[in-house]
Each structure stands twice: as C-alpha cells, then as structure tokens.
Design a binder for this molecule. Structure first.
Ligand SMILES: NC(=O)c1ccc[n+]([C@@H]2O[C@H](COP(=O)([O-])OP(=O)(O)OC[C@H]3O[C@@H](n4cnc5c(N)ncnc54)[C@H](O)[C@@H]3O)[C@@H](O)[C@H]2O)c1
Length: 370
C-alpha cells in the first residue's frame, strides 16, 4: 500500500491532512481528506465514483467541516473517495471496501460514513475491519440512515421552514428530484407526506416527468426491482438536463456536485431549490437565485440530517433521538440563517458560514498551535 501525503488546498481552516491510497493488488485507489478537527474527530462519507478528484474530495470535506459545525456536533469535517466504477458490486466491491478500511486503520481522526455508492453494508465491512464507522446496520449497533431516509427527512423539515418564511404552504407544491437515490427517494417520500406532488425524477440513466404526479412509493419499487426510473410506466422520458428547467415549485438536486451552475441557473423555474446533494449549486448560481427571488439555503444547512444521525449513533443514541435532533437542529439553523439574511443583509451562504465558522474558531482556541 502506497500512501502519499500532500496539502495543496491549505487555508486558515485546513485541510489537516490529504492522503492518497494506492493498492494495485486489490485494486484500490482512494483519497481521504481530513479537513478540520478543531471540534472533534472528523465524520464524513466514503464516496465511490470513477471520476473523483482530490479537489472534489477536498471540497466535500470542507463542506463537512461547515455542516458538522453548523449542526453543533462535536465533530470536524472529512471525506473519502474510492475511485472505482459505481457498477462494481458483490465480492469485488467488498474486497475494495475492506482494503480501504485497512488502509485507513491508523487515520483515527477520521470516522467514515456512507455516501454516494456506499451503504450500511459497506459501513459494516469497515466496522468489521477497524471497529470505526457510522451509518451501520441496526444489528451491528448502527442507525441505518439511508433506510430511514434521515437526510431526506431533514430536507423536508428545511422545506417547511423556507415555505413558512415565504408565507406559503407546502401543500400542492410540485417537486422535481435530480438523483432518485437514498436522499432523492426519501425527500420525495417526506415531502409527499407534507402534501407535495412529485412531478419529475432522474437517475444517472434518465429522467421522467408527469405533471399530474408520480407516486414516490411506486417509483421506489420500480427502481428497486428494475433498476432505472425510466422503467416507471406512467411518465414521459425527458433528457436529464430538462429536469432543471421544468415548471415546478421545489427543485431538489440530489446527485453530484455542481449540477446547477450559471450555465443552467437561468432556466430554473422553481421557487425553492432544496440542496439535497453536497455542493450541488455553485456560489455564482446561488447569488443569481438570491437576486431573482428563488429561495435556497446552503447544502450544509439543509442536508445535515444524515450526519446529525451518525453523530447520534456515534454516542449510541436511538433512531427516535436522531429524528428529534434532526428536527430541532435543522429547524433552528434554517431560522437563524433566514433571519440573519434579512437582518444583516447577507447572502444565505454568508450567514451560514458565519454560524459555522464562529464555532470552529472558538474550538480552535483549545488546539495546540506550536
Ligand atoms: N446519503 C446521505 O445521507 C447524504 C447526506 C448528505 C448529503 N448527501 C449527498 O447527496 C447526494 C446523493 O447521495 P445519495 O446517498 O442519495 O447517493 P445514491 O448513490 O444513493 O444516489 C445518487 C443518485 O443520483 C443518481 N445520479 C448520479 N449522477 C446523476 C446525474 N448526472 N443525473 C441524475 N442522477 C444522477 C444516481 O443514479 C443515484 O440514483 C451526494 O451528493 C451525497 O454526498 C447524502
């Protein structure tokens, strides 16, 4: 196993460590970024994708620093990426995950959790190897966050706060979800419970649209049994990019980073953009939305449900406690950010950074600086 340490993105906040892992015999190629640990050991997901770069993993780790701090968790930010095709499955995937776990055994300041391409089973393999992971199956002492859909639940809580701030009800609002995976499925379900109507959804293989509504439970079953949203019978297939331009009220980018940039922001018709994925909207596109009255709060404020749940799991709390904590923290943070946007004339991102950075700054006073 070859390990290369380098640090090319450094600023006053981090990263504390960037580790590149290579093991040709598995084969394994992975990147771990431990960004900032002033608040405690870093919690962040392990992502599998074929085209991951150090920069992407660093940006995601930095997002975790702000997300964990904003949520008031005793954890810093980190992230890992395994560079591998998302189609790799079965024993080949298990070997890669176990190899990754052994490779990070000594990186004790990093606690891995699930992310795109990894799930509770992967976290159980990591726990089996190094007794350190969160988001594990219940039987191994975990709270299965993707099965429970806690991030989607937190997004629905955030949507309620944003709608409340706009003086509208969620009832009858039309929802389009990019990325019908763990987060996308759950947000569709929890928004439906609040009276919203799912009108469009996509995965990496295609997108579907039905202005009269798509049944989230049925789409979840179709996706489980037949693998693709395109197999849903009562909707039209549309090009992937068209999903962002549809007439809808809530647009949820819940797949990859930089899904909404200045190249497509002006085509967005939604009133609320709910940032389900990490860094799905570029800062320029966020500013543009603010100027034209489209409400969006930063990813690390609204999609913190998953990491709040893992922090509850880490201190051996229950699923019920996790739902309660997510509701309280996301509600409070959305209100705080929306309030300081109005009071201090800040952008939502500036207001959210202020909240998170104050906490990291306070904690870093107790770190050794010599
Ligand atoms: N799982 C969590 O609790 C959690 C928490 C916070 C943030 N996130 C972020 O949310 C995003 C999604 O995570 P997830 O756990 O749902 O992953 P997932 O792998 O379960 O689902 C991702 C979905 O996006 C689809 N997808 C990929 N590329 C796409 C594209 N170009 N167009 C349309 N769909 C595409 C995939 O087919 C898949 O259906 C990631 O950015 C992740 O970091 C996840």
């Amino acid at each position: 196993m070859e390990t290369i340490y380098c640090n090319t993105f450094a600023d006053e906040w981090g990263p504390a460590k960037i580790v590149h892992l290579f093991e040709p015999s598995l084969p394994l190629k992975a990147i771990v970024v431990i960004d900032n640990i002033a608040l405690g050991p870093a919690i962040g997901g392990v992502r599998i994708a074929p085209d991951l770069s150090t920069e992407e993993v660093f940006r995601l780790a930095r997002t975790m620093t702000w997300k964990n701090a904003a949520a008031g968790l005793p954890h810093g930010g980190g992230k890992a990426g395994i560079v591998m095709a998302s189609t790799v499955a079965g024993s080949e995937k298990e070997r890669a995950i176990r190899g990754f776990a052994r490779a990070i055994a000594d990186l004790k300041e990093y606690i891995p959790g699930p992310d795109m391409g990894t799930d509770e089973t992967c976290m159980a393999y990591i726990y089996d190897e190094i007794q350190r992971s969160v988001g594990r199956p219940k039987i191994t002492g975990g709270i299965p966050l993707d099965e429970l859909g806690v991030t989607g639940f937190g997004l629905a809580v955030a949507a309620e706060q944003i709608a409340d701030h706009l003086g509208i009800s969620l009832r009858g609002l039309r929802v389009a979800v990019q990325g019908f995976g763990s987060v996308g499925r759950a947000v569709a379900r929890f928004l439906e419970q609040r009276g919203c109507l799912l009108v469009a959804a996509s995965d990496s293989t295609g997108a579907i649209y039905n202005p009269k509504g798509i049944d989230p439970a049925r789409l979840i079953a179709v996706k489980k049994d037949r693998g693709r949203v395109l197999n849903y019978p009562d909707a039209d297939a549309i090009p992937l990019e068209t999903l962002f331009t549809l007439p809808c009220d809530i647009l949820v980018p819940a797949a990859r980073p930089d899904a909404i940039t200045m190249a497509n922001a002006s085509c967005v018709q939604a009133r609320i953009v709910l940032q389900g994925a990490n860094i799905p909207v570029t800062p320029e596109a966020e500013s543009y939305f603010q100027k034209c009255g489209i409400s969006t709060l930063p990813d690390f404020i609204v999609n913190a449900g998953g990491v709040i749940c893992t922090a509850v799991e880490y201190r051996r709390g229950s699923a019920a406690e996790a739902f309660q904590t997510i509701t309280e923290k996301i509600k409070e943070n959305c209100r705080t950010v929306l309030h300081s946007v109005q009071r201090d004339n800040l952008s939502p991102r500036e207001a959210a950074y202020r909240l998170a950075q104050d906490r990291v700054r306070q904690a870093s006073r107790y770190q050794r600086h010599f």
